[in-house]
Design a protein around this ligand. Structure first.
Ligand code: BGC
Length: 352
């Protein structure tokens, strides 16, 4: 009995501490799509943590990246009297109008993972250090190809997400801060000539689009294990990496001669491909950490307390700097995925 009571007390203390003794509130959470694993995790982690803190949660997914659906859902969240709204936007510039309603009603908006542009309704931004994500990808390629000591030029192709996702600019900036000097000095060659962010963009981060573009590059440049060598493909996330990998496998590449391929998110198919030697790395962004940080922000707002941020210089959304909290991204490879993903409880061993 004594043991039971102390366990109960400990549980109560834990819940109270975690909840930050928040006032209960109605919280709207708008997510872009259920077609990518990460947004399902982000949504369900946040819902569970917000509910644990005593809030009521209205979690909505905008079909498959459907902008009008997201606008509609946010409009309804505002009308339904949600007291804070958390939004992972599809198109960072498409919410200016609808968020005027939030501003009028003094409903604080937290931009989740992606910055919402051109709206003064955005109070805070929580994300991963997006420039660092790009730098990790670029540096991985530079190290894996030992570019510092390479004598012969090596071929690379570049794949980004859609330019309406503000993160893409930061991923690109980070990666190119490492790779551009090698392209300028001729150590890296982009044979397709497609070197601008716009030329390398992939609509909606779509796997099939990336696969199609890689197939086109393979035929136009004649990349292949017995043909024009391809040393690396910078891809900004795991969906793009998956599409690129499919195209390369179909051309005869295998784990013995696959180019260096980067990714982001550590989604399950990507981690499986890393283990099989089809993809070189991913960037792990622990969605539990981001969700937890946003729950802290929500609780502080609801309680009228100071909101914790760690960056007040980087993210200007066109109406001024948005106070931000940046979580740390980490490189994941065959060598460390077990400790990062399995030991930390992110995945069970049999899921990989
Ligand atoms: C996120 C990535 C994600 C991508 C596609 C980006 O804004 O930061 O983690 O892979 O969107 O959904």
């Amino acid at each position: 009995m004594k043991l039971k009571m102390s366990a109960l007390c400990a549980a109560l203390v834990a819940v109270t501490c975690f909840a930050g003794v928040a006032e209960a509130a109605k919280i709207g959470v708008s997510m872009p799509t259920q077609s990518l694993q990460r947004w399902n995790q982000d949504g369900s982690n946040m819902k569970a943590m917000l509910e644990q803190a005593g809030h009521t949660v209205d979690l909505q997914y905008a079909g498959d990246n459907d902008i009008p659906t997201q606008v509609n859902q946010i409009e309804n969240m505002i009308a339904a009297g949600n007291e804070v709204i958390v939004i992972a936007s599809i198109d960072g510039s498409a919410l200016t109008e609808v968020l005027k309603g939030a501003k009028e009603k003094n409903i604080p908006v937290i931009a989740y993972d992606r910055l919402i542009m051109n709206s003064d309704a955005v109070s805070y931004y929580a994300t991963f250090d997006n420039t660092k994500v790009g730098k990790i990808q670029g540096q991985y390629i530079a190290d894996a190809l030992d570019l510092e000591n390479q004598k012969e030029p090596l071929n690379i192709e570049l794949f980004t997400g859609p330019t309406d996702d503000n993160n893409v600019n930061f991923f690109w900036g980070g990666a190119m801060s490492v790779l551009q000097p090698y392209i300028d000095s001729g150590k890296l060659v982009v044979k397709s000539g497609q070197t601008t962010k716009e030329q390398c963009a992939t609509l909606n981060w779509n796997l099939e689009e990336a696969q199609k573009r890689m197939e086109n590059l393979i035929s136009s440049v004649s990349y292949g294990p017995e043909d024009t060598p391809l040393a690396a493909v910078l891809t900004q996330n795991d969906a793009l990496a998956n599409g690129v990998t499919n195209a390369l496998l179909a051309t005869g590449y295998d784990q013995t001669n696959m180019p260096v391929i980067t990714g982001q998110d550590c989604d399950k198919p990507a981690v499986k491909n890393i283990v099989r030697g089809y993809q070189s790395m991913s960037v792990f962004k622990d969605t539990r950490t981001l969700a937890q940080q946003v729950v802290k922000m929500v609780n502080a707002i609801v309680n009228g307390e100071k909101v914790e941020v760690n960056d007040t210089t980087t993210y200007d959304n066109g109406t001024g700097i948005i106070p931000s909290y940046l979580c740390e991204p980490v490189a994941a490879t065959k060598d460390n995925y077990k400790s990062l993903l399995i030991d930390s409880g992110y995945y069970k061993a049999d899921e990989i």
